[in-house]
Design a protein around this ligand. Structure first.
Ligand SMILES: [Cu+2]
Length: 124
């Protein structure tokens, strides 16, 4: 039961990512990244060193799961593809902040993790 629902979610996330990728070209990020921002996942919240970014700023996100469950981090509006972060692991990804000013959610979209969200802002 649990396995089936995970598979379904994985399939729908893959479809969403494909749709996102079709609409933008941010996959080809150069190796040089700007500042590092640590993001910590636990039950059921997200904490981050910084939640303020410049439009189009390139950032290295160091995402650590300090919880007792698997988590992930993503932002559809903020253009961060899903980063899976199993229990006890840390994942580093390069991310480019949206070019448009505004407030965006970063969230864990796993079943039952509703409310595991943090807002970040993009402003010059
Ligand atoms: Cu979670």
């Amino acid at each position: 039961m649990r396995r089936n629902s995970r598979l379904l979610i994985a399939a729908s996330v893959a479809a969403a990512n494909a749709a996102l990728l079709a609409g933008c070209s941010q996959g080809a990020a150069p190796a040089s990244a700007g500042r590092q921002v640590r993001v910590t996942l636990s039950e059921y919240r997200i904490e981050a060193d910084s939640t303020s970014f410049k439009p189009g700023e390139k950032v290295r996100l160091i995402v650590e799961n300090k919880g007792r469950e698997d988590h992930e981090l993503e932002s559809d509006a903020g253009r961060l593809d899903e980063v899976k972060v199993p229990i006890g692991t840390t994942r580093t990804v390069t991310w480019t902040a949206p070019s448009k000013e505004g407030t965006y959610p970063l969230e864990c979209d796993m079943p039952g993790h509703t409310g595991m969200t943090i807002q970040f802002s993009v402003a010059p």
